[in-house]
Design a protein around this ligand. Structure first.
Ligand SMILES: NC(=O)C1=CN([C@@H]2O[C@H](COP(=O)(O)OP(=O)(O)OC[C@H]3O[C@@H](n4cnc5c(N)ncnc54)[C@H](O)[C@@H]3O)[C@@H](O)[C@H]2O)C=CC1
Ligand SMILES: O=C(O)CCC(=O)C(=O)O
Length: 448
């Protein structure tokens, strides 16, 4: 074992011992650490400075009670979190997730990923993430509002436009960001740089709603182009039907691909003629319905219970846009068998580590979430810029910057992989390129 390998193993063991139950967090961290061994060989000063041990420890973890009243008058309690992971290159930045599965391991894994993702955007944002085990599904607007108000009553003291700037994630969209902003304003006054993903009427950015899904397709375009390929006439499988999935679908249709599937946590719809994004938008964004309603409206579509990744059909590109660990090794084997050659992650960590190994073994081009889905946070950072200068840019201007940023993220990752002799390994490339900037910043800031 080299000194670098030995150091990486020691850091991994420390995490396993200190937080044995945080399996999602461990998965995210180990994937990054494994990519960094060659960087440590080249930079022994990072080992000397115990940099990895510091980088895997959040700067601050906030956990709080969120009491709220439901429509029947009963008092309910949820748990709220904000993990302020790393502020080496800018204020903490990252979304809030409201979903019953949220726990400390979830927000720590998401916060850790966010550090490297935000670095890859080239914009001055550190990494953070938060959320709650509150489930907005099935709740009335009034219940969601009361929950958001209570959540912000505690969170407000920990955030600010130059300190920590939350946004949306699963279960937190425009409605929730609006309620959270209203509550913050009553406590601290109108500072629109405190949250992103806001409504356009009070400082939201054009194209933020579309940014993660559109950005995913811009990244995928760059990846295909690197292999003299294009999206035209490609068959795509998308999972999820939320914010990321919907706008990935819309952009894929616009770019001439055929999207065969979308899904939710109950099942998926398959339409060999191509999924119509306007119908999905109406069902999910307007009616807040379930995806099976699509098959009730479109003759050529069928609805199936279960995971879309168990469906056996030929296709070219996989875009998982639902949630973490949605694809296991067996499902990855099926993807290979079905002829898919590219996979780019709209969701955060949708592939289990064993699934990624399958892609590597079969030469499937794999774009990791921290690169492929960075478009959302990139446009959030552009929203912060617009708030600071008290101006609003046009949709076309923001969209053009987004496309440029996604292209640069792909190129940076590709080059970093090449530099370390791992040509075509976009996962290692993204981890290394994201790490380099944060590492340099931490080294010159002394013991932080
Ligand atoms: N909203 C954003 O700007 C960004 C989101 N992401 C990631 O993208 C993913 C999706 O987020 P959003 O679209 O914003 O959330 P959303 O709440 O709008 O949609 C989530 C979607 O995933 C589906 N889903 C949730 N749990 C599932 C499960 N266990 N199995 C199958 N489907 C499931 C839901 O039915 C829904 O269609 C998450 O991993 C999130 O962290 C990443 C970057 C930015
Ligand atoms: O726009 C943001 O700050 C949040 C984006 C996010 O949560 C993510 O990239 O996973």
């Amino acid at each position: 074992m080299t000194k670098a390998q030995d150091y990486v193993e020691t850091v991994k063991q420390t995490i396993k011992q200190r937080d044995p139950e945080q399996t999602d967090f461990q998965e995210a961290v180990f994937t990054v650490l494994d990519s960094l061994t060659p960087v440590l060989e080249k930079h022994p000063e990072y080992i000397e400075a115990n940099l990895l041990r510091r980088i895997v420890e959040p700067e601050r973890v906030i956990e709080f009670r969120v009491p709220w009243q439901d429509d029947t008058g009963h008092f309910q309690v949820n748990r709220g979190y904000r993990v302020q992971f790393n502020s080496a290159i800018g204020p903490y930045k990252g979304g809030l997730r409201f979903h019953p599965s949220v726990n400390l391991s979830t927000v720590k894994f998401l916060g850790f990923e966010q550090v490297f993702k935000n670095s890859l955007t080239g914009l001055p944002i550190g990494g953070g993430k938060g959320g709650s085990d509150f489930d907005p599904k099935g709740k009335s607007d009034s219940e969601v509002m009361r929950f958001c108000q209570s959540f912000m009553t505690e969170l407000a003291r920990h955030i600010g436009p130059d300190l920590d700037v939350p946004a949306g994630d699963i279960g937190v969209g425009g409605r929730e960001v609006g309620y959270l902003f209203g509550a913050y304003k009553r406590l601290c006054g109108f500072k629109n740089g405190v949250l992103t993903g806001k409504n356009l009427t009070f400082g939201g950015s054009a194209a933020r709603t579309e940014a993660t899904g559109y950005g995913l397709l811009y990244y995928t375009q760059s990846m295909l182009k690197a292999h003299n390929d294009s999206l035209k006439d490609k068959k795509i499988k998308i999972s999820g039907s939320g914010n990321v999935a919907l706008y990935a679908l819309q952009k894929a249709n616009e770019l001439g691909a055929t999207v065969l599937t979308v899904s939710d946590s109950n099942g998926y719809v398959y339409d060999p003629n191509g999924i119509n994004d306007k119908i999905v938008q109406q069902i999910k964004e307007v009616e807040r319905g379930r995806i099976k309603e699509y098959a009730q409206q479109v003759d050529s579509a069928q609805y199936f219970e279960g995971s879309v990744w168990d469906q056996d059909i030929d296709y070219d590109i996989a875009l998982p846009c639902a949630t973490q660990n949605e694809i296991n090794a067996q499902q990855a084997e099926l993807l290979v068998k079905d002829g898919a050659r590219y996979i780019a992650e709209g969701a955060n960590m949708p592939n289990q580590t064993a699934a990624i190994k399958v892609y590597q073994d079969h030469g499937i081009y794999y774009g990791p979430g921290k690169a492929a889905n960075a478009g959302g946070v990139a446009v959030s950072a552009l929203e912060m810029s617009q708030n600071s200068e008290r101006l609003s840019w046009s949709f076309e201007e923001v969209d053009a910057k987004l496309a440029q940023i996604m292209h640069e993220i792909f190129t940076k990752s590709e080059k970093a992989a090449q530099e370390y002799g791992m040509d075509g390994n976009y996962q290692a490339g993204a981890n290394i390129a994201g790490f380099n900037k944060v590492a340099t910043a931490m080294m010159v800031q002394g013991l932080v």
